[in-house]
Design a protein around this ligand. Structure first.
Ligand code: SF4
Length: 374
């Protein structure tokens, strides 16, 4: 099977998320439902394209910008008129703030809404870049506007969309990209990172080629995941969700085999990830203890020593007798440590029973490590 259309960042992401979803959208051409967040993003993007799209100065006035915004408002996907009106007002406020901030440093960009088409090892790839600025040293800054959630800097440093833009710009415009910028328009916050390293570009090239190969081979096994399926418009026709008992029989055996392998791989990778995490945690914890540090810092995170305490009971028989005698057996049924701990934390428990239970157990401290972003 030939590729139905050139790959793009979003089609590669969709294939990676769920190959069957990709098939429904790009091969069977079943349209997705309009979503208000896409409509809103599209409207704000096109207003910013208008703002920066002039060929000669002066830039559009605020009035012209807001008129353009109003005339090009994309309506699809809003829950009702009230939600649409709220978003319309939000967009107006956002663009007004953006205008007031950037009219001061306004310069005509090198490119606005730059459309690229390139070949990666023979695989066609397309995309649009919101803005490319030329820096004083002749190098380029690539900018992507976001209107949804903001992203962490760590994510921006490795974001595949920006890697793709850098690769395309350098290949097609022949100038080096020195900055990659995610511009979160609602907060006017720009996250600026250095050009992505070679290994990310190489990794993306491999990803493009392997994705194209899988599509050409017709590999479209569903990849159910709660976070993806929840928003998937194809749920009603997806074999995973549609009439599961009938479809379980209809599911082709190669797809079933692929799903089994996929599940196994996911479980294996989660298991080894957890193992690695525990090992690393223990090593850091040991190093902190040896150095006498309570807290230490990485470039992005800090790790603090912590400890949690829990009860341990060696003579479960005696504990059970005591609880039964107090008429509280139905509260624990089996005297597991967490259940007894829960019982002991109950303010209604007589103090002498709490004390006697305490005599049968010991408090054990388990060292722990808490890691949080700086
Ligand atoms: S519902 Fe889930 S498994 Fe089915 S196509 Fe959508 S994303 Fe894939």
């Amino acid at each position: 099977m030939a590729l139905p259309r050139p790959l793009s960042h979003s089609s590669i992401s969709m294939y990676t998320e769920c190959p069957l979803k990709y098939k429904y959208k790009y091969i069977d051409k079943i349209p997705e439902k309009p979503k208000y967040f896409f409509s809103f993003g599209q409207t704000v993007h096109s207003a910013l394209e208008f703002f920066y799209g002039v060929k000669i100065l002066p830039p559009p006035s605020l009035k012209e910008l807001l008129e353009y915004y109003k005339e090009n408002w994309v309506r699809g996907g809003y829950r009702d008129e009230t939600q649409e009106a709220e978003y319309f007002q939000d967009g107006k406020d956002i663009l007004t703030k953006f205008y007031n901030k950037h009219i001061q440093d306004y310069a005509i960009p090198f490119f606005v809404e730059y459309e690229f088409k390139l070949q990666v090892e023979g695989v066609p790839v397309i995309g649009y870049i919101d803005r490319i600025d030329k820096l004083p040293d002749g190098k380029l800054a690539v900018l992507d506007y976001k209107t949804g959630k903001s992203l962490s800097t760590a994510r921006v440093e490795t974001d595949a969309q920006l890697t793709m833009y850098q690769m395309a710009v350098e290949e097609l415009l022949g100038a080096q990209v020195s900055r990659l910028i995610f511009y979160h328009v609602p907060s006017l916050k720009q996250q600026i990172v250095e050009r992505h390293p070679k290994n990310l570009v190489e990794g993306l090239r491999t990803k493009i080629v392997t994705t194209a190969e899988s599509i050409e081979k017709g590999a479209f096994a569903p990849k159910p995941a709660e976070s993806v399926c929840r928003w998937c418009d194809y749920k009603p026709i997806c074999p995973i969700y549609k009439n599961p008992s009938a479809d379980a029989a209809a599911l082709p055996e190669d797809e079933l085999a692929a799903m089994i392998d996929q599940l196994g791989d996911m479980q294996e990778s989660l298991f080894s990830q957890k193992e690695k995490e525990e090992k690393l945690k223990a090593e850091i914890l040991a190093a902190l203890v040896k150095k006498g540090f309570v807290r230490a810092f990485g470039k992005k995170y800090q790790a603090s020593r912590a400890a949690s305490e829990k009860w341990e009971f060696s003579d479960k028989k005696k504990v059970l007798e005591l609880i039964k005698k107090a008429g509280l057996y139905d509260k624990v049924l089996a005297p597991s440590a967490p259940k007894i701990e829960q019982l002991m934390a109950d303010p209604a428990l007589p103090a002498d029973l709490r004390a006697r239970l305490g005599e049968l157990g010991v408090r054990v401290e388990t060292p722990d490590l808490k890691v949080k972003p700086l």
